[in-house]
Write a protein of this length. Structure first.
Length: 174
């Protein structure tokens, strides 16, 4: 497996440093700007079937593994001095930059290639993606016994020895 680093290294959105990734030389490792991460940098590993985001937040290091099929598509985002081609996710913090350029022809060609390689649609740049609402967890506790019943052990099923026939009282007295 070979790795490639992006030209330009870490960049801030809107900066003049160019980010150009070659879609035909995957897997690729590079750095991108992340405002919430420590040092404002995250490390990204881009494979054909998955994306791994490495970052540290508050001293806690994490790696987030996302399938490429979980992304919405390849989209454009306007910058001050050009356009940014991105792999768009419902959660904007998981979106991945692929290309920063001011050459429209280069962007169109790269947009088509990235879309074909990942088998994702080309999304229009006007559409702004809101983060999806947090999904409710399935309530695992709902299926459990009530709290007061957890403390007591369930009784054994009455077998043939526990059945009493022909008696009027339910409770036997001594």
């Amino acid at each position: 497996m070979r790795h490639q680093t992006a030209t330009g290294g870490a960049h801030a959105p809107g900066s003049s440093s160019a980010l150009r990734l070659d879609p035909h030389s995957l897997p690729v490792r590079f750095e991108a700007h992340d405002t919430r991460a420590d040092g404002a940098i995250r490390h990204i590993e881009l494979h054909r079937t998955r994306v791994v985001l490495h970052r540290a937040v508050g001293g806690m290091r994490m790696a987030i593994n996302v399938r490429v099929s979980d992304f919405l598509g390849v989209t454009l985002r306007g910058l001050d001095d050009g356009k940014m081609l991105m792999l768009a996710h419902r959660d904007p913090s998981l979106s991945v930059p692929l290309l920063v350029s001011s050459d429209r022809e280069e962007i169109d060609m790269a947009w088509q290639m990235w879309s074909e390689i990942f088998a994702l649609p080309q999304l229009p740049e006007e559409k702004i993606y809101e983060p999806s609402q947090r999904r409710r967890r399935r309530n695992a506790i709902r299926e459990r016994r009530p709290k007061f019943l957890v403390r007591r052990r369930p009784g054994a099923l009455l077998g043939e020895a526990g059945m009493y026939k022909g008696e009027r009282e339910i409770i036997a007295r001594h």
